[in-house]
Ligand binder design. Structure first.
Ligand code: NDP
Length: 321
């Protein structure tokens, strides 16, 4: 069995490559049971969330077990980690042979998650962001943020990246990292001003209260919400939902787990039928993404085990020798 580190994952993947891998994976589908979502209470730090995310190749649909894989991600989200200077998301991915169940690779789950989440957002942006989107606002400067910047820049002609973060010093640090990679990136202090001018707003925070205020968004904006992963977390307000055509990674996940969708559904601001499409429907051409230059589109992701399986297979194939 291969043991693959974050550096191995970085070596194996490219942003345009993984976007296309995920496009194929969502189009073809995989078996992905509802993930286990456990709340781990602790006396002296905020509760952790423990997620168990299995998926396997849809052997019955393909009619062949020859090329399949099974896999499971064990991932935790511990908001208290930020105060310790550590990222909230930790995890491992175990890839198994689809026929025999033999372990094939144990992959750094944190890094696999960063790549597949960012590329799922970029995949959505290929359907939902304006083709000429050039100003990206990233909200949050944690582990996900640089991956979201790189992934969006791989699918749209991004000229300028603004980064707003609760702790400004972390936004400055990320901006410097992205500038060293050749991006025109700068930390921003005026979130409202940035929301009013950005073409793509990509948010990956653990904020319990909305940061993306819908009233400020300009026509044509694409909003990419990555952060909120429980019904009580929320990155966008009701007005953002009201003004947008709303898309999700999976209806099953987003309508159950994402506060940005669950809360407006509960209050009646959003109806189930208002969710235009999930990624599988976009990739299969069953539903259309952006329909006009002026509409505001909003994509909410909570993550899907199929993304980990597809990314895990891509890493394994690239490195197995
Ligand atoms: N949709 C999906 O598939 C995935 C979603 N996620 C989610 O994305 C989010 C970010 O993940 P990641 O970058 O790995 O996490 P990190 O822990 O590395 O970063 C957390 C970020 O959130 C900010 N933040 C934390 N608390 C608040 C708050 N109360 N108000 C405003 N900002 C806050 C932090 O700011 P500061 O620098 O000030 O601490 C930091 O920018 C998490 O919620 C995670 O669960 C992650 C992976 C996959």
């Amino acid at each position: 069995m291969l043991t693959l580190s974050a550096a191995d994952v970085d070596r194996a993947l490219t942003f345009p490559g993984l976007v296309e891998t995920l496009r194929t994976a969502f189009r073809d589908g995989a078996v992905q049971p509802v993930r286990h979502h456990h709340h781990v209470e602790k006396p002296d730090t905020p509760a952790s969330t423990l997620l168990l995310m299995p998926a396997w190749s849809d052997f019955m649909a393909s009619g062949s077990s020859a090329k399949g894989h099974m896999g499971v991600k064990i991932v935790t989200v511990s908001p208290g980690n930020n105060a310790l200077g550590k990222p909230a998301v930790m995890g491992v991915y175990l890839l198994l042979n689809g026929v025999t169940g033999e372990p094939e690779a144990l992959i750094d789950g944190q890094r696999l998650t960063q790549w597949r989440t960012a590329c799922a957002s970029a995949l959505a942006a290929t359907y939902l962001a304006r083709e000429d989107a050039s100003h990206l606002l990233v909200i949050g400067a944690g582990a996900m943020a640089p991956f979201l910047a790189r992934a969006h820049a791989a699918v749209r002609p991004i000229q300028k990246i603004s980064i707003w973060n609760r702790t400004p010093a972390n936004a400055e640090k990320l901006a410097a990292e992205l500038r060293a990679e050749g991006f025109d990136a700068a930390a921003a202090s005026d979130l409202d001003g940035e929301l009013a001018t950005a073409d793509i707003v990509s948010s990956a925070t653990i904020s319990p209260t909305p940061l993306v205020k819908g009233v400020l968004l300009k026509p044509g904006t694409h909003v990419d919400l990555v952060g909120g992963f429980t019904p009580d977390l929320r990155e966008s307000d009701d007005e953002a939902i009201r003004r947008s055509r709303v898309f999700v990674d999976t209806r099953a996940g987003a309508t159950k787990e994402a506060g940005d969708i669950v809360q407006p559904l509960a209050s009646g601001v959003l109806k189930t039928d208002d969710i235009v499409a999930e990624l599988a429907e976009l990739t299969r051409g069953q539903k259309k993404g952006r329909e006009s230059a002026d509409e505001i589109t909003l994509f909410k992701s909570v993550g899907a085990a199929l993304e980990d399986l597809a990314a895990g297979i891509a890493v394994y194939r690239a490195l197995k020798g």
